[in-house]
Design a protein around this ligand. Sequence first.
Ligand SMILES: [Zn+2]
Ligand SMILES: [Zn+2]
Length: 223
Amino acid sequence: MSKCLLCNSNFRREINYEKLFLFIKPTKKYTCNDCLQKFAKKKGILCLGCSKETNAKGMCSDCIRWRKIYENKMLDNRSIYQYNDVFHDLMVRYKRYGDYVLCNVLAELVDTLPEADYYVPVPSAPNHLQKRGFDTIYSIYQNLVPLTKLLVKEDTEKAQGEKNREERLLTTQTFYAIKKKNISGKIMLLDDIYTTGRTLYHAQDALLKAYPNCKINSFTISR
Ligand SMILES: [Zn+2]
Ligand SMILES: [Zn+2]
């Protein structure tokens, strides 16, 4: 028997050894089926740039704006889940209230990851790290794939999650890349939520400065 981290009920779930794209999921289960079913996977027509659910084939308005700036350096962002109330509540508990164990629930939601040579988590700012006591993105992905820390974030007054849309888009660059030897090929940026794309494009800018020949894409659990 396990205890569900979301609803506290005891549950038994069959262990699934299914081999996925790149890794075998951790066999311990943290979330009961009733809770898991409340997370909605994306379906229908998805934006070609960021996986947002859209009404027509092509790109969403965010991606059209990014394309004007980035042209052939656009991120191919994959994400799996809709940002619904259940996902929102989970993120509030995890990030705002710092409930560390919920990184296991988020990891459990990730059932596939696109292939890459390096998986680079988007880092927390040092002041947020100190306040929470853990790095939110690193913690989610730490047991799923080998992670390469290539980005550092400077202190920021407000977390992206506390900003409105306008403020997010006006955020200035706060990342810089650590120069490491022999980095080449495909880099996959990992984050939790794609909101406007601002954070991920800044992360890409910083990485391309240090590794101009790498191809950079991104993965987020929700969009
Ligand atoms: Zn549950
Ligand atoms: Zn898009």
